[in-house]
Ligand binder design. Structure first.
Ligand code: ADP
Length: 350
């Protein structure tokens, strides 16, 4: 038998995307249908290549074709993605589909490590990713990727000279660390920081990106506020440890994103350093920094906890030695990235 395109579409109307709560045909995710004698081929365009439901949706499509048309058909599915743009498009960075700021109230809670991990995982899934290190007072992204001291080269783009991001495993990186000597930026004043950050947006050749992850400076001062007010952010991610003091600061960071006129959707909170399991007793979990605070904060701000990372000495060693992109680390961050892109999808339908 040779099925018609209409039959294929009718069958696939029974497959629903759980995030958008609509079927794949209505969502225009089914494209490039080709039918043949006893065979059908089509593409499923997800809203992100990092979609955690990729395998589930592919299986559901196969089941629908088998059930509603025939189990005898050969079904070839190409799972691909057409990354959805955030709602806040702007002239500042028109070619960047989604800008996600990673913030924390307190320093040293793992904000940079998690920004790097998210960028790396999204990039591995096939998305075009940039990572902007806006942590002007403690730029650690160049260290995490082992690219400190890389000289910045210039590109000419439509008659404008732009700084070329440093590439690390397919991710476009930019950091004040590439421009200043260690500790130099520490003495910068507010206006200098603010103009440096404008340069990061307008003076860097970011090109086309699906996701730009921004590692914000810790805290909720003027610099952070200027940043979140001026960037067309799709959303924010908050990082905190379970420690009481960190939670109190994280609460202020959440409140900053919710200030009238800023109003950036918070996609979720990551609890870092949740517990420690001794390598020789992996079944034991010691909650060194306490517990419960992150969940309480998540409730207060009506946001999900999108990940919990234990204290891992290997992660710290890899971070210090510029090997954050190790396979094991990518696996750790994959779940968090999956939940983040899911939240982005849910937010886009609101
Ligand atoms: P921040 O950006 O919030 O200042 P960093 O990402 O620089 O924090 O992390 C601070 C330190 O903690 C770094 O040395 C980093 O390697 C380490 N670190 C972060 N997360 C973990 C973790 N889950 N386990 C062990 N060490 C971690």
């Amino acid at each position: 038998m040779r099925p018609s395109k209409e039959q294929i579409l009718d069958a696939l109307k029974h497959v629903e995307d759980p995030d958008f709560k609509k079927d794949l045909v209505t969502l225009n995710m089914i494209r490039d249908i080709v039918t043949d004698e006893n065979r059908v081929a089509f593409s499923v365009y997800l809203t992100t290549p990092a979609c955690p439901m990729k395998d589930m949706l592919e299986n559901a499509c196969r089941t629908a074709i088998a059930h509603f048309i025939s189990p005898e058909l050969q079904v070839d599915i190409k799972m691909t993605a057409d990354v959805l743009s955030g709602k806040r498009k702007s002239e500042v960075m028109p070619n960047v589909k989604n800008i996600i700021a990673v913030g924390s109230g307190k320093g040293g809670v793992g904000k940079s490590t998690i920004s790097a991990g998210l960028a790396a995982t999204l990039s591995q899934s096939g998305a075009k990713v940039g990572l902007m290190d806006a942590d002007i007072y403690g730029p650690s992204i160049p260290i995490l990727f082992g690219v400190e001291n890389t000289p910045i080269e210039m590109d000419m783009v439509e008659g404008k000279e732009l700084m070329r991001p440093v590439m690390a495993n397919g991710i476009k990186l930019f950091s004040i660390g590439f421009l200043s000597k260690p500790n130099e930026a520490v003495v910068w004043r507010g206006p200098m920081v603010s103009s440096a950050l404008k340069q990061f947006m307008n003076g860097v050749n970011w090109g086309e990106l699906d996701y730009l992850i921004i590692d914000l400076p810790p805290g909720t001062g003027d610099v952070q506020l200027t940043l979140v007010q001026n960037l067309p952010l799709t959303g924010a991610v908050i990082v905190s440890t379970p420690q009481k003091m960190a939670i109190a600061d994280a609460r202020r960071a959440c409140a900053m994103f919710k200030i009238q006129g800023v109003d950036v959707p918070i996609m979720g909170i990551v609890e870092n350093m949740s517990y420690f399991s001794p390598p020789d007793q992996p079944e034991k979990q010691y909650r060194i920094f306490g517990e419960g605070g992150v969940d309480q904060l998540a409730n207060e701000f009506n946001m999900p906890v999108i990940g919990r990372l234990p204290i891992q000495t290997t992660l710290m060693e890899d971070a210090d030695s510029g090997h954050i992109l190790n396979k094991g680390n990518i696996r750790i961050f994959a779940d968090i990235a999956g939940r983040l892109v899911q939240q982005i999808a849910i937010e886009s339908t609101k």
